[in-house]
Design a protein around this ligand. Structure first.
Ligand code: NAP
Length: 257
């Protein structure tokens, strides 16, 4: 019988980027309940990240809060080194850190905005995925693992008049997920994405409307925004041995949108 290298032998150490709040924090809590030790990455909110790490420890798992701007390669490399030194070999990565920007048309957006949009949402995920593959792939002496990238339903709709740049960045994440998954499929590493619809988190304030999630209920077949916990359920399942034959998949969690 074939051995599933992403199952029982995989180290239960998980790095979640952008886990100080929202979907990342919910994923940290749920992953801890499922037996993962968690590295809680954050950008600016140290106290919030420390509180999430405390919650993970209260659930009986090990945790560290680790600052790094995912768009900064040197900071990401230092973060991976610290996670390895403190928690041991990596078994999972959730590329969750992400930003939107103020609602605008393309002809109103400046290049500085696009550079930051791509640096955080695309380059940040690529750098972290590359380092995770180096840590987990059997080709590099690792014991296997799983990567989950955060896409968005925006990638399928284009987000006209809202943030086409963000939608395009998430489209890049979809292609990256498929390509990387096929590249490392024989190396014990599964790569999938979760594609949330409109989820009730603080991200919407960045687009200029903190109430956007609830105001958008009419365009959602289930007539309500999703919760961070509902997205976390999909992420943690994709990380788990229960998803051992799933790779290169983008799982939509959108209430039907
Ligand atoms: P959120 O509540 O705004 O939280 C974003 C998290 O990312 C925070 O922990 C933040 O940390 C961190 N972060 C931002 N920039 C970072 C950087 N450069 N380096 C490291 N960390 C950084 O967002 P969310 O709604 O949970 O979204 C999580 C992911 O799901 C994102 O990729 C987003 O695009 C995607 N998504 C969300 C929705 C939605 O409706 N909420 C829909 C589709 C997709 P600090 O606060 O500490 O800086």
């Amino acid at each position: 019988m074939a051995t599933d290298r992403t199952a029982a032998s995989t180290p239960r150490v998980l790095l979640i980027t952008g886990a100080s709040r929202g979907i990342g924090a919910a994923t940290a809590r749920l992953a801890a309940r499922e037996g993962w030790d968690v590295a809680v990455n954050y950008g600016r909110q140290a106290a919030a990240a420390e509180a999430v790490a405390d919650e993970v420890r209260a659930l009986g798992r090990r945790a560290i809060a680790v600052q790094a701007d995912v768009a900064d390669e040197a900071q990401v490399l230092a973060m991976f080194a610290r996670v390895h030194e403190t928690l041991g070999p990596l078994g999972g990565l959730v590329n969750n850190a992400g930003i939107v920007a103020m609602k605008a048309r393309v002809d109103e957006m400046d290049t500085a905005r696009w550079q930051r949009m791509l640096a955080v949402n695309v380059l940040g995920s690529w750098i972290c995925a590359r380092e995770a593959v180096k840590a987990m792939s059997t080709r590099h002496g690792g014991a296997g693992g799983a990567i989950v990238n955060l896409s968005s339903v925006a990638a399928t709709l284009g987000a006209p008049g809202m943030y086409v740049d963000y939608a395009s960045a998430k489209g890049a994440i979809d292609a990256f997920t498929l390509g990387l998954a096929r590249e490392v499929a024989t190396e014990g590493v599964r790569v999938n994405a979760v594609r949330p619809g409109i989820i009730d988190t603080e991200i919407h304030a960045e687009s200029g409307d903190a109430q956007r999630a609830f105001k958008s209920a009419d365009v959602i077949p289930m007539r309500r925004p999703g919760t961070a916990d509902e997205v976390a359920q999909a992420i943690v399942w994709l990380l788990s041995p229960a998803a051992s034959y799933v790779t290169g998949e983008v799982l939509t969690v959108s209430g039907g949108r």
